[in-house]
Design a protein. Structure first.
Length: 411
């Protein structure tokens, strides 16, 4: 018999019936008010039992997960988290049932696979005499971002303390702005950061110097990288009118008379050769003798081509015989120079990062150019109004296409 029928029984006095009805109405009003409060909370609130069945939740859970109430009712708590978090979540659920309370940070996964970091607090409650978990969760995206910003600032602060101690504030004030833009300098700077045993900032400089192997060389490399980055990030764009005969440059590439952007001769393995390939059957293909003049600066043109060629040579593993091919053609009124290797190649992700400063393809030995070769080549080509396009397949090889503007006038 339901409550309404019970209240309408003739054997219940009117005053008792009215008191019971008033109590029920008051409780229903309180429940409605409580649910309104829960639905307006900035966080999610939910209750589930020992079997993982959701018994109650606020509207925020539906908004965040993008699931309907019916879908939530039929889902397990673990369904809302990355698989990598499942063991941790399960452990915290068991802790709550055993000890009454637990806190955990985990990544929430919505219906459209949006990932959001959350912090959950779980408490053990009784529902109809059975143990259940009451959970409250809050989005901690902003907190995580703030923590990362603080960690980054602390990293740079410690770096500046060490470098200032070693080299003085004047030099470091020049060095630090680029440290903020070249994150990969961490590979070189990292040994300088105080570890757990180092007192900061009152550390013993003698102990520090003993613990850092090659730190001076690291700083020299850092300065070299920063100087190169600044120079090639600020190359003048356009404005070149001089005609350049590119044939001597191509000849020097084929004979591997190379000098990298540091004015140093790179290590060229004897098992890799370079050749110029002219295919008369290819549309627009040019023989070396028929190459047009290009607009630009001889040194910058040579830098773009040499750095690209050195990368192609370095794509071959140690002792692996290989050949790099250079071909040219006129395409769209511009000169296109292809530098082709059959080395390690790259997947799409690596291709997108290929011209980033300090990027290194996995499996290729870091050269003395610190991973700046492709960056230098691209910046050089762009300063001349040109471009470099990369097409590559992992374990197949790479074609780098350099585009230059053609000049109608002889040098």
């Amino acid at each position: 018999m339901d409550l309404e029928k019970r209240l309408n029984r003739d054997d219940i006095p009117e005053d008792v019936r009215k008191a019971i009805q008033d109590t029920i109405n008051r409780q229903q009003k309180e429940i409605k008010s409580l649910r309104k409060v829960l639905n307006n909370l900035p966080g999610i609130v939910y209750v589930f039992n020992e079997k993982g069945k959701f018994l109650s939740w606020n509207k925020k859970l539906e908004e965040v997960t993008q699931y309907t109430s019916e879908e939530i009712r039929n889902r397990n708590p673990l369904d809302y988290f990355l698989k990598s978090d499942h063991d941790l979540i399960t452990e915290r659920i068991m802790d709550t049932f055993a000890n009454g309370r637990a806190i955990v940070e985990a990544t929430f996964v919505s219906k459209d696979n949006t990932l959001t970091p959350y912090e959950f607090t779980a408490s053990l409650i009784q529902v109809n005499g059975k143990p259940c978990i009451l959970g409250v969760g809050f989005d901690i995206t902003e907190r995580k971002q703030a923590e990362e910003a603080i960690q980054e600032a602390e990293h740079h602060r410690k770096t500046k303390i060490i470098l200032s101690t070693l080299f003085g504030d004047t030099l470091i004030n020049l060095l630090m702005p680029s440290l903020y833009t070249l994150e990969t300098l961490g590979e070189i700077i990292e040994p300088l950061i105080p570890n757990e045993k180092t007192q900061d900032p009152e550390f013993d400089i003698d102990d520090l110097m003993e613990s850092i192997d090659g730190s001076i060389e690291g700083i020299r490399k850092s300065m070299e990288i920063i100087t190169t980055y600044r120079i090639y990030s600020n190359l003048p764009s356009g404005g070149y009118k001089k005609s350049i005969d590119i044939r001597p440059i191509i000849n020097s590439l084929c004979s591997m008379q190379l000098t990298n952007y540091l004015d140093k001769k790179p290590e060229i393995p004897g098992y890799v050769t370079v050749k110029y390939n002219y295919d008369p059957g290819q549309d627009g293909a040019l023989s070396l003798e028929k190459l047009p003049f290009v607009i630009g600066d001889e040194k910058i043109i040579k830098t773009a081509l040499q750095e690209t060629l050195i990368n192609a040579i370095e794509s071959y593993g140690k002792g692996e015989k290989g050949e790099v091919e250079i071909s040219t053609r006129v395409e769209g009124g511009k000169l296109r120079i292809d530098i082709i290797d059959t080395g390690i190649g790259m997947d799409k992700e690596n291709q997108q990062m290929y011209h980033y400063p300090l990027f290194k393809v996995k499996g290729v030995k870091r050269s003395s150019r610190y991973g700046l070769g492709a960056f230098v080549a691209l910046q050089s080509a762009k300063s001349l109004g040109g471009e470099i396009y990369i097409h590559s397949e992992k374990d197949v090889g790479t074609t780098a296409s350099l585009i230059f503007n053609i000049s109608e006038q002889p040098p």
